[in-house]
Design a protein around this ligand. Structure first.
Ligand code: T3D
Length: 258
């Protein structure tokens, strides 16, 4: 199986599972991932997702053995499978944590950057490997990179295709944190569990607001915040959060939309 899905109390762990190819992406794997995202969304008890890779790498990007000799039009066709996956990940109405357990290259790096909170082991690195094979960063790379690290660093990362160590990625604000390799999965599980006990609807609306801020001017964003806040304030979790504050106890969020 190209991916493994493990169900935990309130969240799911998805493991990219082609370790012999450093979890390089294939269309089959993208379709499996996409189906796993749909299944997570359809399951009301699933309130967060954790994504990682099997073996020593997170994901080496497109499986290059699968594209040798295919016509340029064929390469565009691959993105017909990958682009919807990136869009789905961004729009998923729950937090997505990525545990980058080793190298994340090409589309693999950008798959990680599409997640909401990225943790990486200190031995991991991020490589926009595309220029090495005469391609441009895809799977959202040209959108994520300048927003996360600024244009100067984005240009150098994309054009030089040099590996960026996890610690530098964290220092630059490209990811949330770099942690010791041996503690990565424990910390990632704890984070996923914590997010899964949060106000899921409000977190989903937060994702939406942050992504739309990339194209909105301030007035439009203020309008959007008013609209989304109205939705958040109508959720049972908002009422529970207020009650818990007044009662001086931790909130017991259910994640219910209404
Ligand atoms: O085409 C399109 O438009 C579709 C979308 C494309 C988006 C992309 O992702 S393009 C970028 C594709 N990815 C790459 O260019 C990265 C290629 N891999 C590497 O540069 C290196 O493998 C790594 C830096 C990721 C890791 O290096 P290292 O030294 O730790 O491992 P390795 O020895 O190079 O790789 C181990 C094995 O995995 C090896 O196989 P072998 O010799 O043991 O049988 C290697 O060939 C295989 N492997 C690594 N990456 C890929 C791969 N096999 C297929 N596709 C890969 N991407």
């Amino acid at each position: 199986m190209t991916i493994l899905v493990e169900t935990h109390a309130d969240y799911r762990l998805i493991t990219l599972n082609r370790p012999e190819r450093l979890n390089a992406l294939t269309v089959e794997m993208a379709e499996a991932l996409s189906a796993a995202l749909d299944a997570a969304e359809a399951d009301e008890s699933c309130r967060a997702l954790l994504i990682t890779g099997a073996g020593r790498a997170f994901c080496a990007g497109q499986d290059l053995t699968a594209i040798v000799g295919i016509a340029p039009a064929g390469i565009g066709h691959l993105l017909d499978h990958y682009n919807p996956l990136i869009g789905k990940l961004r729009a998923l109405p729950m937090p997505v944590v990525c545990a980058v357990n080793g190298v994340a290259a090409g589309a693999g790096a950008n798959l990680a950057l599409a997640c909401d909170i990225v943790l990486a082991g200190e031995g991991a690195s991020f490589v926009q490997a595309f220029a090495r094979i005469g391609l441009i960063p895809d799977c959202g790379g040209t959108w994520f990179l300048p927003r996360l690290v600024g244009m100067a660093r984005a240009r150098a990362l994309a054009m030089l295709a040099e590996p960026l160590p996890a610690a530098t990625a964290a220092e630059w604000g490209m990811i949330w944190r770099a942690v010791p390799d041996e503690g990565l999965m424990a910390e990632a599980h704890a984070l996923a569990a914590r997010l899964a006990s949060g106000p899921t609807a409000a977190l989903a609306l937060t994702k939406q607001a942050l992504d739309e801020s990339a194209v909105n001017d301030l007035d439009s964003q203020l309008d959007l915040e008013r609209e989304l806040q109205a939705e958040a304030s109508a959720t049972p979790d908002h009422a529970e959060g207020l009650r818990a504050f007044l009662d001086k106890r931790p909130a017991a969020f259910t994640g219910m939309r209404s």
